[in-house]
Ligand binder design. Structure first.
Ligand SMILES: [Zn+2]
Length: 201
């Protein structure tokens, strides 16, 4: 586990980076500053694309990233001897899921829900029913992340693959690619956190 906990939130004006552990508060960084910071240092070109696509609302970067993912998937398919027909649709799916993660439908993306729980008072006579109280608790469905997932049917539709073929063969391969993109996103966040660490401290 990395000791640095990084939470980035997209905001209307850019990205808020919360550098926990070091005691720093959240810092709001504009999309322009994020783009400039991504270019400083030694991030891989695909990591910079992920950062610009996800945190700078950069449509050109989103298209370029889809192109990179498609080429990468094509390379993987060829190496493994798989069909290469679906790389374009799968690339669309991966970039879509990276950039617009679905909200959890149970808590509407808030990560917590109101749950009624019984409350017993110390001085309560035995046998009397408990008072029900509403408590704002972590959502069990998404484990407090606020993020949901598209259904298999929706994912297959975005990838332009039939549902059965997608779930039997391609879902795992798409998830592996998505995991790589999330790892590049983490790399970006660490990079940004270092770049803006003095602001957060
Ligand atoms: Zn939830």
């Amino acid at each position: 586990m990395n000791p640095i906990r990084l939470v980035a939130k997209l905001t209307a004006r850019g990205v808020a980076i919360d550098g926990g552990g070091g005691g720093g508060g959240p810092v709001l960084i504009s999309a322009t500053d994020v783009a400039a910071a991504l270019g400083m240092g030694r991030l891989k070109p695909e990591a910079i694309l992920v950062g610009r696509a996800k945190f700078c609302d950069d449509n050109t970067a989103q298209l370029q990233l889809a192109g990179w993912v498609q080429t990468e998937l094509h390379r993987r398919c060829q190496r493994a001897g798989w069909k290469t027909d679906y790389c374009e649709g799968l690339a669309q799916l991966c970039v879509f899921e990276l950039i617009w993660p679905y909200r959890c439908t149970h808590c509407y993306g808030r990560g917590s829900v109101w749950i009624q729980q019984p409350e017993y008072r110390e001085d309560q006579e035995s046998g009397t029913p408990p008072v029900m109280v509403d408590r704002w608790l972590s959502c069990g469905r998404c484990k407090g992340t606020g993020q949901g997932r598209m259904s298999v049917r929706e994912r297959a539709a975005v990838a332009q693959i039939t549902k059965s073929r997608f779930s039997e063969t391609w879902a795992k391969r798409a998830d592996d690619m998505l995991a790589e993109l999330h790892s590049l996103e983490d790399t970006c966040l660490r990079h940004l956190w270092r770049q803006f660490a003095s602001d957060a401290a």
